[in-house]
Design a protein around this ligand. Structure first.
Ligand code: IMP
Length: 188
């Protein structure tokens, strides 16, 4: 599929190319490893990927981190169909391991209003991890509704609905290797 299919697919301009994703994710991986090493962290960090959107980012990020890590996934629902947030967050499927006394790094595709991530941070903090950090590929900072600390950010993007590289619109476009805008997303 290419952005030129947009008359049929509503796909808009490419915001972040494959090469830009590669380069930035490489840098994030190096920074994450450096920070944990600097702190003298001896426990293996557990990277918690948020399904489904973060699965491609997670796969590339872990291969960019030059240290021993574990992985697990959690699934949350924060959106219905379409491009508007519902404001309702719910846990769909939980972690398979305990994170008590483990260094935890949440890996998420995008932070928009911040409601999902703030819910997830609260929920995971209550399980007493040794540390809890957040790494997001995309930050739509203009849309933030709650205060939120994010430790690692891939790219700050404008207020457009994006798809590709794991992110979907009504279940479509997750398999694009780049991040693109949807055609009609500028006016929200
Ligand atoms: P928040 O709770 O408003 O921050 O929304 C976070 C979640 O909404 C993300 O994990 C995504 O699943 C979804 N989301 C927000 N913006 C976009 C977008 O532009 N494209 C695809 N999914 C999005």
């Amino acid at each position: 599929m290419s952005p030129s299919d947009k008359s049929e697919t509503r796909l808009g301009r490419v915001l972040i190319t494959e090469a830009e994703l590669d380069a930035r994710i490489h840098d994030l991986g190096q920074a994450i490893a450096r920070d944990y090493a600097k702190e003298g962290e001896t426990e293996r960090p557990i990277l918690v990927g948020v399904l489904q959107g973060a699965f491609l980012f997670m796969a590339d990020l872990i291969r960019s981190i030059p240290m021993d890590v574990s992985t697990d996934f959690i699934s949350l629902a924060s959106y219905g169909a379409g491009t508007s947030p519902s404001g309702v967050v719910r846990l769909q499927s939980d972690l398979s391991v305990s994170i008590e006394r483990r260094p935890v790094l949440i890996v998420e595709d995008i932070v928009d209003t911040g409601l999902t991530m703030s819910y997830l941070k609260r929920a995971l903090s209550a399980r007493h991890p040794r540390s809890l950090r957040v790494c997001v590929l995309l930050d739509k900072i203009e849309r933030r509704q709650v205060e939120l600390d994010v430790d690692y950010i891939g790219f700050t993007i404008p207020n457009v609905f994006v798809v590709g590289y794991g992110m979907d619109w009504n279940g479509r476009y997750r398999n694009l290797p780049y991040v693109a805008a949807l055609d009609d997303s500028g006016g929200r």
